[in-house]
Design a protein around this ligand. Structure first.
Ligand SMILES: [Zn+2]
Length: 176
């Protein structure tokens, strides 16, 4: 591990200082960036462009007047491809500390080759369940370079912090 051992030299005051430092980093106005967590398809909603057929459990192939994409009755609804329902991918916007340079990563041995497209996220411990549930992460929503980038978690959230384990970090790999 590249994390140095501070045993016996860290006082409880220093631990508190470290905790306060990271906590203040993670406050929304500090060094965190707006990220979006994607939890995948969590529900389906009925198409707003065609009349749903509850018996056939699909589109009745009839247009709802006022729907966004008119089509002729009997045709395939272009909005839902005739399924009658559309998957809803649930997301949550959240501020996280994102480390882009692997040399600054916590808890990782410096690899021989820089891992391409790997980032590290540091979060308050309470965020852990959301990190575990998220299928994808879009970091730095406001930074155009990463505006469309999606990452997939490649390591378990690991506790960080001296003794109190108040924070977690985990690594994510770019998938698109
Ligand atoms: Zn439809």
């Amino acid at each position: 591990m590249s994390v140095p051992s501070f045993s016996n030299i860290i006082t409880s005051d220093m631990k508190k200082l470290f905790g306060n430092a990271i906590r203040s980093l993670l406050e929304d106005s500090a060094l965190t960036v707006a990220c979006t967590l994607y939890f995948g398809i969590t529900r389906y909603e009925v198409c707003n462009n065609c009349i749903y057929d509850p018996i056939g459990r699909k589109s009745s192939n009839r247009y709802i007047t006022g729907g966004p994409i008119p089509f002729r009755n009997g045709g395939i609804c272009p909005n839902c491809s005739g399924n009658g329902r559309k998957p809803v991918i649930s997301t949550e916007n959240i501020n996280l500390a994102v480390i882009y340079d692997y040399k600054d990563f916590l808890g990782i041995k410096t690899p021989v080759n820089a891992p391409n497209g790997v980032i590290q996220v540091i979060a308050r411990k309470e965020i852990t369940p959301k990190l575990l549930r998220a299928k994808e992460l879009q970091p730095s929503t406001e930074i155009s370079n990463y505006a469309d980038a999606r990452f997939e978690r490649i390591s378990e959230p690991q506790p960080a912090g001296f003794g109190d384990d108040e924070f977690v970090f985990c690594n994510w790999k770019r998938i698109k």
